[in-house]
Design a protein around this ligand. Sequence first.
Ligand SMILES: Cc1cc2nc3c(=O)[nH]c(=O)nc-3n(C[C@H](O)[C@H](O)[C@H](O)COP(=O)(O)O)c2cc1C
Ligand code: SF4
Length: 425
Amino acid sequence: MIYVTNPKTVITETRIALKNLGKINPESIDDYIFNGGYQAIAMALEMQPNAIIDEIEKSGLRGRGGAGFPTGSKNRFTSLSCDDCERFVICNADEGEPGTFKDRIIMENDPHLLIEGMLISAYAVGASIGYIYIRGEYDLSISLLQKAIHSAYSRGFLGKKIMKSNFSFDLELKIGAGSYLCGEELTLLESIEGKRGYPRIKPPFPAEKGLFGKPTLINNVETLSHFPAIITNGSEWYSNMGTEKTKGTKIFTLSGNVNNPGFCEVELGISLYSLIYDFGGGIKDGKSFKGALLGGAAGTFVDSSMLDAIMGYDKLKERGATLGSGAIIVFDEDQSVYDLLFSVLRFFQHESCGKCIPCRIGTTQILMLMEKLKNEHNKKDILAEILYESEMMAKTSLCPLGQSPVLPIRSAIMYFENELIKNNQ
Ligand SMILES: Cc1cc2nc3c(=O)[nH]c(=O)nc-3n(C[C@H](O)[C@H](O)[C@H](O)COP(=O)(O)O)c2cc1C
Ligand code: SF4
C-alpha cells in the first residue's frame, strides 16, 4: 500500500481522560468542581455499588495499563471475593514502560479526575482505603497529587462520610524507588508492603488475595480516569466509541523520528498511519518511515506493511502486534534495528530482578548473543539462538518481565530479519 504524507491534516481528538487539559488549573479544586468535577461520585453514591460495576462492565472499558483486561470483570471479582471483609483499591501510577508518558499528562493536568475515579471504584467494590503507587521521578505529579488529596480532604471528598453519605475513603500516595518491575501488579504490592520489589506467584490474583492478603483492585491511572465520564454519561455513550471489542478512547504517546512528537487521546480504531502522519506530521527531515515499536519495550516491532493496522487490542493481536500502554516509538530509514533491539534487550537485562534463573541468566545471555550477532559470520544461526533463548525464557520465567523479550525479538526478526543478518557484514 502506498501512503501519501500530508503534514497539514490533523486528527480529531476525543478527550475523556484529558477532558480538562488546558482548561483548568490543576492546583485548584474549585476549577475542577466548576467544570463538573465530583458530580460523578455524587451520582455514584446514589447508586447501588453493583449497579456501578454493571455500568463499567457494559461500557466495555479495558485496562489501559498494558494488558487490556476487562475492567468491569476485575471490579466484580474484587467485590465478590469475600463478604464484609476489608478491601483496598490501588492506582498504578508507576509508568515505567519506555516511550510511555500518558499517566504523567493526566496527573499533571487533572489530579482530581484520578481521585474521583478512585473514589468511584472504591465505592463500587467496598474499599475504604486506597493508594496511588507513583513513580518516584514524577516530582510534579507527586506534588500536584499531594496538594489535590489535601484539598479533597478539606472539602469532604475524602475521609469520613463523604458528601454526607455512609461511604468513607482514605487515600495516600506511595512513592516508588524506580524499578520497572514494581509496575507489575504483584511486585507493586510487595513494594507497598515495604518489602523488596520481587514478584509474587500468580494465582492467587490480587482481587482474591492482594495487599496485606486482602482483596485488592489495581487499576492504571488512565483506566480510572474514565470512570467519572462513564458514570455521568452512561455505559452506552462510552461503548459507542471505539472498535467492536475495544471500546472508548486511548491516549497514544508518539516519540522518535516524527515531526510532532507528543500525545493525543483518540477513539480506538484509528489507524497507525493516521497517528504517525496525521497527528505526528510524518517522518522528520523528509526521511521515510522504516518502522515503529508499538507498546514500549515489552511490545512489538512493525514495518510499513503495518501502517494500515487498526489500533485496538484485538485488531492488533490478530496481526501479531500489541497495543500495550499506547506508546509508539517511530524510527526512520537511517535507524539501525539492531541498535534499537539491543537497547530494548539491555533494558530488560538491567530491570531483571534476578529472582529466577531463566530471566537472570537469559537476559545476559541474549545480550552476549547480540554482541556475537554483530561480530561473527554465522548470523542466521545466532539469530535463531536468540529467538530460542527468548522462547525458553517466556516458558520458564517466574513473572511477565522474563516473558517479555520474546515479543520484540520475534517481531524484529519477522519484519527486519534481512537487516539483522546483514548488520555490519
Ligand atoms: C514488568 C511490568 C511492568 C508494568 N508496569 C506497569 C505500569 O507502570 N503501570 C501500569 O498501570 N501497569 C503496569 N503493568 C501492568 C500491571 O501489572 C497491571 O496489569 C495493571 O496495573 C492493571 O491495571 P489496568 O487493568 O487498569 O490496566 C506492568 C506489568 C509488567 C509485567
Ligand atoms: S522473570 Fe525476571 S524479573 Fe521476573 S522474577 Fe524472574 S528474574 Fe525477576
